[in-house]
Write a protein that binds this ligand. Structure first.
Ligand SMILES: *Cc1c(COP(=O)(O)O)cnc(C)c1O
Length: 387
């Protein structure tokens, strides 16, 4: 099976992890701050807080922004469930903003319309989570100016987008948001096995997230309430979690990050080849916006309708091509339907989903394997007729 995505692990990556295994620290050692410094240097974001997943990063980002019961978080329906679940962990409510047809990212126009209505009703979101779908940045300038006008905080879910750029600057630089979150799951751009990072330019938010990722505990006596009892003393200041990344994972991240630009540029070669060789087929290819250099986590095509998608998906799978679908709109999941959402609420996300298929794209996908995907897809288009 040719997967839709997979990690690339080099001998150097393996050696770096083995060296940590032989060292004094498997966790809470020097590799974690080294990885944080590397992500901070790469993205330009001032403070980077490493955690055990992007899901954890989204959770502590929401907590640091004081999201709680009675508050509202808005995100895109075209995302993984974690972008919305982070609000539910905090007891807050979730709503969605529909996507734009070209990039499948949150539509700034839909966001503006929904904010005007929400303001009239007196229920504005406290946090908005734009998701850089497939690795391509949302229109952050438009979203940031709405944030200034309506007073909400912004968390960029950049799980797909490390290595991407927006208006010439790396995703994660923090110019247009409060916090940016990355994922290091093996299908993403760089991996630590499981892992995530929250990046911010705000020292207060960074301190808060550092406390939250490790039980709410500090050993920094300057943050103590009262005087320390002795050298052993630590204080739990709030209710945190164990969301720590291990040193084994962090050192893999350090090593992977050295190769990130190579990873992303290979993905661009693969995408350019798909663009060229699939151009004549009756399918919609993903559009790249002029403002963004995508990290190209995904290469989503869209066929005409749900029946065509099913036939195409089954045909590709039967031929050993591990295509996938990104994403089932979050509001159509049973959990979110029970909260009152249903079909018809976000028509662009639903229409996109009906025809969506993610083709294989990853560093080690060779031209030969990609040609198998292209030939199979071309053959299926001929056999299935207009899909
Ligand atoms: C992968 C992903 C997440 C969750 O990342 P984990 O590191 O697996 O927790 C969140 N949001 C999006 C958009 C993702 O693709």
């Amino acid at each position: 099976m040719i997967p839709y995505g997979r990690q690339h692990v080099s001998e150097r990556d393996i050696e770096s992890v083995v060296a940590v295994l032989r060292s004094d620290f498997l966790t809470q050692g020097p590799a974690v701050p080294a990885f944080e410094a590397a992500v901070s240097a790469y993205t330009g974001g001032v403070h980077a807080v490493a955690v055990n997943s992007a899901t954890s990063a989204l959770h502590i980002a929401c907590m640091a922004l004081d999201l709680g019961p009675g508050d509202l978080l808005w995100t895109s329906p075209n995302t993984f469930v974690a972008s919305a679940n982070c609000a539910r962990y905090c007891g807050a409510d979730v709503d969605f903003v529909d996507i734009e047809p070209g990039t499948y990212n949150m539509s700034p126009a839909a966001l503006a319309d929904k904010l005007a209505v929400a303001k009239a009703r007196g229920r504005l979101p406290k946090v908005v989570v734009p998701v850089h779908f497939a690795g391509q940045s949302c229109d952050m300038q438009a979203i940031q100016s709405l944030a200034a006008e309506y007073g909400f905080a912004v968390i960029e879910d950049a799980s797909h987008a490390i290595g991407g750029r927006y208006r010439g600057q790396p995703v994660g630089c923090g110019r247009y948001s409060d916090i940016t979150v990355f994922s290091f799951h093996p299908v993403k751009i760089v991996t630590t096995g499981e892992g995530g990072m929250a990046v911010t330019n705000c020292a207060r938010l960074a301190d808060s997230m550092r406390l939250l990722r490790s039980h709410g505990i500090t050993r920094d006596t300057s943050q103590f309430e009262g005087t320390p009892a002795g050298g052993w003393d630590y204080q739990q200041k709030l209710l945190g979690y164990n969301y720590r990344l291990t040193d084994l994972q962090a050192i893999l991240g350090v090593s992977q990050l050295r190769q990130i630009d190579e990873f992303v540029s290979r993905r661009h070669q693969i995408a350019a080849r798909y663009d060229r060789k699939l151009a004549e087929l009756p399918i919609q290819l993903p559009r790249q916006s002029a403002d963004a250099y995508s990290a190209l986590h995904l290469y989503p095509i869209v066929v005409r309708d749900a029946a065509g998608r099913r036939a195409m998906y089954d045909g590709l799978r039967a031929a050993g091509i591990g295509v996938n679908v990104h994403y089932i709109p979050v509001h159509l999941q049973p959990y979110y339907r029970r909260l009152g959402f249903g079909p018809g609420s976000f028509p662009n996300a639903e229409a996109y989903y009906a025809g969506a298929i993610s083709l294989p794209i990853y560093f080690d996908l060779t031209d030969e394997l990609q040609d198998v995907v292209i030939a199979t897809l071309t053959g299926l288009c001929q056999r299935l007729g207009p899909v």
